[in-house]
Ligand binder design. Sequence first.
Ligand code: UT7
Length: 324
Amino acid sequence: MSNRILMTGVGAYLPEKIITNYDLAQWVDTSDEWIKQRTGIAQRHMVADGELTSDLAINAANEALNHAGVAASDIDLIVVATTTPDDTFPSTATKVQHKLGANKAFAFDVQAVCAGFVYALSVAESMMIAQKATKALVIGAESFTKLLDWNDRGTCVLFGDGAGAVVLEAEEAPDNFGILASSLHSDGAYRDILYVDGGPSVNGEVGHVRMEGQDVFRHAVDKLASVMQEVLDQAGISADEVDWLVPHQANIRIINGMQRKFGLSSERVVRTVDKHANTSAASIPLALSQAVHDGRIQPGDLLALEAIGGGLAWGGALVRFGRP
Ligand code: UT7
């Protein structure tokens, strides 16, 4: 037994509006067949006019708090991973804090694009180990469709909006529970293969996503496999002990490649890319929440999380879910 950082609740929220590949093909030069074959995506959710990233985050957070049985007023720390904040400042996290009534929490955003959730999880864990917080909310929330150039078929078909959240609690528990390992990496040399062509100091604009898809694909396959091996080694766990791979949902071919590489059976991989597309920092907690709430993931299950995105920034984590 020791002081462990346990994942005790999960929640998610998707905007109501759904855009299918068929809808997209009406205004973009693409087809359902191409998108499904290359990415596995069939549809994506999209925010309504006036619906903000903070709204998605708050809905996901409320579900996670209910699931954990924790009151917002007991939360000490809120980390929101997002690349699509409501405002350039203040952080989306402070808005979430206020609207949840999490009055004693300190709150800030983490920006690591698609790797945002694994970054935010690790940041929250570190602060909890340093005893700056005993109960934390880690949220991934994105209105990523706001960054899309609808004339660029190479990117606009890939992304969607949504949010997912987890509650972390520091508690005495067996050593094999909670967050067991995590690892984060960045390499800014690859900035130009995935970026947004705007920003407050560059041109005062929000900009649009630009991507060299094949280059990103190659890095993803390589770097996700190596970070996954790294967290397994860190925890002294072999891949066959992993109950669930809950990967970033960018492309079904990358997800299936990881499944094969680590010898996992297909039904032990959570796949939501068909319904959600790539929701950047929200994709892992959205997938996690779906598999917990439909009863697939049970307390005590060992989860492997991994993600990569713009930066490049990537990371992985191993978590034994829930309480003993
Ligand atoms: O979350 C951040 C991490 N991001 C990723 O992991 C994304 C990684 N990359 C990918 O998932 C894939 O590279 C894509 C799905 C983006 C693209 O798939 P691809 O198999 O690498 O296709 P491609 O870019 O090589 O394009 C193949 C062809 C091209 O036509 P030509 O030059 O062969 O005639 C494209 O112009 O497909 C064409 N194309 C499209 N056709 C119909 C590109 N986008 C589309 C489209 N619809 N939406």
